[in-house]
Design a protein around this ligand. Structure first.
Ligand code: PHE
Length: 340
C-alpha cells in the first residue's frame, strides 16, 4: 500500500497544470467521486488492522497535498490574471496592422500641397454633370466632333440626360459662375470615360485641373507656374517643354512634357527613348469660355491646365499598369506603407 501511495504522489507531482481546464481535470482525477483518493481510501479496509492508522494518516497527507496543489495553482492563475499559462504575458506586443494611403491619394496630396504654396485653393464639384458644365460652357458646340475626343458615359436622371464628367474642367466652370476674379483654384477629382479597360486606359481615372484668372495673366505666367510645379514634383533639374495642341476651351493650347528624370533625358523605355514624358494639357482660357460664365474677357484673361493623377503616380512610383490602382490588391497597396 505504501508503494501505491508513493506512485500516486509521483503522479500528483508530475501532473502539469497550465490552464483552468487542466486544473479541473486534476481535481476530478484525484478528488472526484470516482477519483484516485476515493479508491485509495476504499482500499483501507484491506489493510491489516495494526497498519490502518498509519496508512490512514498517510492517505490524509496525500489528500492534503492534492488540495494544496490545487490551491497553489488557483492562486497562480489569480496572480497572473489569466486562466491559461500558455499565454505569455511578458511577450512584447505584436504590431497592429496599420493601413496605408493609396498611391493616388499620396500623389494627389503632394500636387495639392505644391499648388497651395503658390496660392491655389481647392474646389470640388459633382461627378454626375449636365451638358452645360461638362461641354457647352467649355466651348464644345453641340454636334462638334471635339465631343468625341472624350468618350462619354451618358445617364438618365429624371427627365434630363446627364453625363459622368469626363474632366474636372466642369468644376472650374462652376467656380467661374459662382465667384469673381481673381480666381486661382485647382480641382482634383474622379472622371469617367467610356474606354476599354487595359494597362494603359481605364473607364475612370483621376484628374487635377488648375485655373487662374486675373487681369493681365499671360502665357508666361502659365509656363512659369508649370515649371515651378515640375521642379517641385520631379526635382530641381526638371525641364519642361510645350508642344502646340488643341482643346476647345483654351487658345492657344499646349501639351507639356517634363524631362525624363528616370534616365536624365538620356533615353529609356519609360520615355520611349525621347528623353521627355508627357504630363499635362494646358492653355490660355478661350475668351468665349470666360464670357459663357459671366466673366468679362476684355478685362480678364486666364490660363488652365489639367493632368492625370495616375500618370504622375506612374512616373513617381513606376506603376506601369493602370488597373493596379483600382484592384485593391493588398500586395500592391502594402508597398506604399513607408510613405504615409
Ligand atoms: N480638360 C482637359 C482634359 O481632360 C485637360 C485640360 C485642362 C487641358 C485645362 C487644357 C486646359 O483632357
Amino acid at each position: 500500500m505504501k508503494d501505491t501511495i508513493d506512485q500516486v504522489r509521483k503522479q500528483i507531482n508530475d501532473f502539469v497544470i497550465d490552464s483552468s481546464l487542466s486544473l479541473e481535470a486534476f481535481r476530478i482525477q484525484f478528488l472526484g467521486s470516482k477519483g484516485v483518493m476515493k479508491e485509495l481510501y476504499s482500499l483501507l479496509k484491506l489493510v491489516p488492522n495494526d497498519e490502518k492508522r498509519i496508512i490512514g494518516l498517510l492517505l490524509n497527507d496525500l489528500r492534503s497535498e492534492v488540495e494544496a496543489k490545487i490551491e497553489l495553482e488557483k492562486q497562480n492563475f489569480l496572480q497572473l490574471g489569466v486562466l491559461d499559462k500558455s499565454i505569455d504575458l511578458t511577450k512584447s506586443g505584436e504590431d497592429a496592422a496599420i493601413g496605408s494611403h493609396h498611391p493616388l491619394t499620396l500623389v494627389k496630396r503632394e500636387i495639392i500641397s505644391i499648388f497651395s504654396r503658390i496660392g491655389f485653393t481647392i474646389s470640388e464639384g459633382p461627378e454626375i454633370e449636365d451638358d452645360w458644365h461638362n461641354f457647352s460652357a467649355l466651348n464644345f458646340p453641340e454636334e462638334h466632333p471635339a465631343r468625341d475626343m472624350q468618350d462619354t458615359f451618358f445617364i438618365e436622371k429624371g427627365e434630363k440626360e446627364m453625363a459622368l464628367r469626363t474632366h474636372t474642367s466642369s468644376v472650374q466652370v462652376r467656380v467661374m459662375e459662382n465667384s469673381k476674379p481673381p480666381i486661382r483654384t485647382i480641382s482634383p477629382g474622379r472622371v469617367y470615360r467610356n474606354e476599354a479597360i487595359s494597362a494603359r486606359a481605364h473607364c475612370f481615372f483621376h484628374q487635377l485641373e488648375g485655373l487662374f484668372i486675373d487681369k493681365n495673366v499671360s502665357f508666361a505666367d502659365l509656363k512659369q507656374t508649370l515649371l515651378f510645379f515640375a521642379r517641385e514634383m520631379f526635382g530641381e533639374k526638371a525641364q519642361i517643354r510645350l508642344r502646340p495642341s488643341y482643346f476647345p476651351f483654351t487658345e492657344p493650347s499646349a501639351e507639356v512634357d517634363v524631362s525624363c528624370t528616370l534616365c536624365n533625358s538620356n533615353g529609356c523605355n519609360v520615355c520611349k527613348y525621347s528623353g521627355w514624358l508627357e504630363i499635362l494639357g494646358c492653355g490660355m482660357v478661350d475668351p468665349s469660355v470666360l464670357e459663357a460664365s459671366g466673366i468679362d474677357s476684355k478685362i480678364y484673361s486666364g490660363f488652365a491646365f489639367g493632368m492625370g493623377i495616375e500618370r504622375i503616380a506612374q512616373l513617381k512610383y513606376r506603376v506601369t499598369d493602370l488597373r493596379l490602382y483600382s484592384e485593391n490588391d493588398i500586395r500592391f497597396l502594402n508597398q506604399f506603407k513607408a510613405v504615409i
